[in-house]
Design a protein around this ligand. Structure first.
Ligand SMILES: Cc1cc2nc3c(=O)[nH]c(=O)nc-3n(C[C@H](O)[C@H](O)[C@H](O)COP(=O)(O)OP(=O)(O)OC[C@H]3O[C@@H](n4cnc5c(N)ncnc54)[C@H](O)[C@@H]3O)c2cc1C
Length: 302
């Protein structure tokens, strides 16, 4: 019997694992191995690393820290959580195992532009030609030529946010014509944002720029931000009948408890701010809550 099973080995799951192991609790962490953190070539807004740190190195360091304190890290996908009396049966690679509590730290997956193939996508991400998080790396496109691939509320909000970094912002509809309200169109005009109808295709890299075509015209940018939304990985919660908010994220109380008893959640799957620091902060709160809730059930003593 584990005190806690953590599903997800990104910044949220690994932070919680470190805390829980240092509370002298037994922890097993299952990770399917596609943390969004691993896509970050160099994060420069994560406090404590003045020259930045790559997402992969940050994850490596956190895994080393978690295993140092005795966390069992298992590679593989958790397919199902089954409720059993006062615990959960966790189904993943190997035999199912029991845990008194479960923390969901399963994150989200960004919707990618359909017209960019895998290889180009990976190369463009590494070179900063494709970016997914203006809060994280908008600073890096200061005074550069930038496009947002999107439309409607999401595209409009992202383009206006990026206007805080550069005058040269173009909003391109990914699939066809733009869908704006009059108010959105006025805001874009007033901010001086260029509006281009799609579909956008023909993506390619030339001379340190990401090029794309719309209706026979070629455009080149220093960086392109897809603003196409994301898939929020709440399947395990859904099967247990837990609540999601209107935004599709897992609903939790101020201590990261879901409305399913002994089930907790932290990180991007809870709030779409999509920041490492936030994922870590929520995980610290969740881990401390799990420890204190468990202590109500049985004495946590040396
Ligand atoms: C290109 C890019 C750049 C970014 N730059 C920055 C930056 O500079 N600064 C910053 O603060 N943030 C940045 N972010 C955001 C940051 O990566 C995320 O906020 C952070 O990774 C969220 O951590 P998380 O633990 O909640 O989720 P994730 O890191 O996504 O981890 C979730 C983990 O759960 C696992 N998982 C999911 N379902 C299951 C399952 N059923 N069974 C087993 N495992 C499962 C996944 O495989 C994954 O490993 C960036 C994101 C991207 C995409």
């Amino acid at each position: 019997m584990f005190d806690c099973a953590i599903v997800g080995g990104g910044p949220a799951g690994l932070t919680a694992a470190i805390y829980l192991a240092r509370f002298h609790l037994r922890v097993r962490l299952l990770d399917a191995g596609d943390s969004r953190c691993a896509l970050i070539p160099l994060t420069r807004n994560h406090a404590g690393f003045p020259d930045g740190i790559s997402g992969i190195e940050l994850l490596d360091r956190m895994r080393a820290q978690a295993t140092k304190y005795g966390v069992e890290i298992v590679s593989g996908h958790c397919d199902r959580l089954e409720r059993a009396e006062e615990s959960f049966l966790v189904h993943g690679p190997g035999a199912p195992f029991s845990a008194r509590t479960v923390l969901l730290a399963t994150g989200v997956v960004n919707h990618r532009p359909a017209a960019i193939d895998e290889e180009l996508h990976a190369t463009a991400l590494q070179q900063g030609l494709l970016r997914y998080c203006p809060v994280c790396d908008g600073y890096e496109v200061t005074d550069k030529r930038v496009a947002v691939l999107g439309t409607g509320d999401r595209g409009c909000a992202e383009a206006i946010f990026l206007r805080g970094y550069t005058r040269d912002v173009t909003l391109i509809a990914p699939d066809g014509g733009h869908e704006f309200t009059d108010k959105q169109r006025r805001s874009l005009d007033e901010a001086g944002i260029a509006i281009v109808d799609g579909p956008a295709d023909g993506f390619r890299i030339e001379q340190d720029r990401l090029l794309l075509d719309t209706r026979g015209t070629s455009h080149g940018f220093d960086s392109v931000y897809p603003a196409l939304g994301s898939h929020i990985r709440t399947e395990l919660l859904y099967e247990l009948g837990g609540e999601r908010g209107e935004d599709g994220c897992i609903t939790v109380d101020t201590h990261q408890r879901t409305d399913v008893r002994w089930l907790y959640a932290a990180g991007d799957v809870v709030l779409g701010l999509d920041q490492i620091s936030h994922a870590m902060g929520e995980a610290g709160v969740a881990a401390t809550t799990i420890r204190n809730d468990l202590a109500q059930r049985y004495p946590v003593r040396r």
